[in-house]
Design a protein around this ligand. Structure first.
Ligand SMILES: Cc1cc2nc3c(=O)[nH]c(=O)nc-3n(C[C@H](O)[C@H](O)[C@H](O)COP(=O)(O)OP(=O)(O)OC[C@H]3O[C@@H](n4cnc5c(N)ncnc54)[C@H](O)[C@@H]3O)c2cc1C
Length: 474
């Protein structure tokens, strides 16, 4: 069964669009464009039907300017098999798009057409309905569940006071609502290739077995030897290099351990490392923050093997056990290079969540005044909220807290559900690493402090009064 799915190139959902000075239309100069988020759900829905064995081919189509090819690449990266661009520089209105799509439906004869319920630029929610009418297809709009069996599509659709279930004869047309699925944003999966996981370590069979169960992994390679236990860069590099040329991409999380060896591997492969990516636009194009996150660079790599570190907080995790037990293959561990030796590690024992994975973070700045105040004022709040403790660089430099508490540009990049900034001014270097937090609460006695510019909730006042009041109320 063939599925046709439509994708529109729209202004990215995070861009705050402005109106041109002559009020004629919105100003789209230099704004970031992305795939319409509802269409992303549509592609994901189609790909899932293919993965479930219901569909045999997913074709993505876009109507618009030549740059919409990038949008189609995103669809291919999610898992579409083929992409078609109906190129037009015209200002296409919904009926015109529906007519173009009708011609394509006549040619391709899909059994199912899936569209996002609306595009987030014009928000008109009509192209799918118009196409269904023109093509004589039964329709189910605003779908939150799709089941295909026996030539029928059974679709739950959201209505004003609940959900209806409809049964449509195929061929049919469906528009997707938000609840249908969560598109995968996993870095490796967005690149769209076969995914192997390499485990480099010692006594690591358990880790390899766990990796084999991860959704989307087709093979696990295990290099297991005492000299690989602690992540010495020279030994890691020598182990990865012999297999590197068999891959188009080598990715690692941008953690202190993995950032250690990756640039060495890139150098030996005669290529560049693309550091700390926050988005995959296509198999060769990536986004990464520069200037402390104040600008996002889009980087296209021509290297045959792309060596990449990934900012893990920018991507969703796949299910840890959603895979189908990929095979685990032993590979050779390189001999100990013998030029460096692990002496000792002073591990921090944590009795609270770890900073980079915590759902809630309470962070203190220079405004705390002392390490003692950190223990007395913000620790009780962190305890109450079961939060990780973070700090600004100034608080670390003043030795209020150890340096592994440091959040941001030169510390740990975080994006928790809740970030509470206490006595932190909000310097760009600090904001660079926490402004993607879902909800930011700032407590500062200076109403002009820049932290209030990114805060969802701001409390102006003395932290010594506000934080204990918070703790009492929590
Ligand atoms: C190359 C470079 C990299 C850097 N990397 C980082 C980084 O990774 N992370 C980072 O955090 N910084 C980094 N910095 C430092 C950064 O520029 C700031 O100096 C630092 O973030 C300031 O920390 P702060 O907000 O705690 O201190 P301050 O800027 O001194 O702010 C203290 C705040 O506390 C408030 N305050 C004081 N007393 C009270 C009170 N009683 N009640 C309520 N509020 C009070 C004040 O109003 C003030 O806003 C970097 C700097 C450079 C040059």
């Amino acid at each position: 069964m063939k599925i046709l799915v439509t994708v529109k190139r729209v202004v990215d959902a995070n861009v705050k669009v402005g109106v041109k000075s002559d009020q004629s239309r919105v100003d789209l100069a230099n704004v970031k464009m992305s795939i319409n988020p509802f269409d992303e759900i549509a592609v994901e829905g189609a790909v899932r039907l293919k993965e479930a064995g219901v569909a045999t081919e997913v074709i993505a189509v876009s109507c618009g300017v030549a740059q919409a090819q990038d949008t189609l690449r995103t669809a291919l990266a999610i898992g579409a098999d083929r992409a078609i661009l109906i190129e037009s520089n015209a200002d296409l209105q919904p009926l015109a798009v529906a007519r173009l799509l009708k011609a394509l439906v006549d040619r391709e004869q899909p059994r199912l057409v899936i569209l996002g319920k609306q595009a987030i630029d014009d928000d008109s929610s009509q192209t799918g309905h118009m196409l269904a009418a023109l093509g004589g297809l039964p329709q189910a709009t605003f779908a939150s569940n799709i089941l295909i069996a026996d030539g029928l599509a059974t679709v739950a659709r959201e209505v004003d006071d609940g959900a209806d279930t409809l049964s449509l004869k195929l061929p049919a047309l469906i528009t997707t609502d938000l609840r249908l699925n969560e598109p995968r944003y996993v870095a490796a999966q967005k690149i769209g290739a076969d995914i192997h996981v390499l485990i480099v370590g010692h006594k690591a069979q358990g880790a390899a077995d766990k990796a084999a169960k991860i959704a989307g992994v087709s093979k696990v390679l295990l290099a297991d030897a005492p000299q690989l236990e602690v992540g010495l860069a020279e030994n890691d590099e020598a182990t990865v290099l012999p297999i590197a040329m068999s891959y188009s991409h080598i990715l690692a999380p941008a953690t202190a351990l993995r950032k250690n060896a990756m640039p060495r591997i890139a150098a030996k492969l005669d290529g560049a490392q693309i550091s700390d990516i926050t988005a995959v636009d296509s198999a060769d194009t990536f986004e990464r923050p520069i200037y402390a996150g104040n600008a996002i660079a889009t980087v296209r790599s021509a290297d045959p093997v792309k060596v990449i570190t990934v900012r893990a907080t920018s991507f969703d995790a796949v299910p840890a056990d959603g895979g189908s037990s990929a095979p685990v293959e032993q590979i050779n561990a390189a001999a100990d290079c013998g030029v460096s030796r692990f002496v000792s590690r002073e591990a921090t024992t944590l009795n609270r969540p770890e900073l980079t994975t915590a759902k809630t973070i309470v962070s203190g700045g220079r405004g705390l005044g002392s390490g003692e105040n950190c223990t007395r004022v913000i620790m009780p709040l962190a305890d109450k909220l079961w939060a990780a403790l973070g700090a600004s660089r100034a608080a670390v430099d003043a030795v209020f807290v150890p340096n592994d508490y440091q959040v941001c540009q030169t510390g740990k990049i975080v994006a928790p559900q809740l970030y509470v900034a206490v006595g932190i001014s909000g310097a760009i270097q600090h904001l660079a690493g926490m402004k993607d937090s879902r909800v930011i609460v700032a407590i500062n006695k200076d109403p002009e402090a820049p932290i209030f510019g990114v805060a969802d909730y701001g409390l102006v006042g003395d932290l010594h009064d506000i934080v204990p009041a918070f703790v009492d109320a929590a």
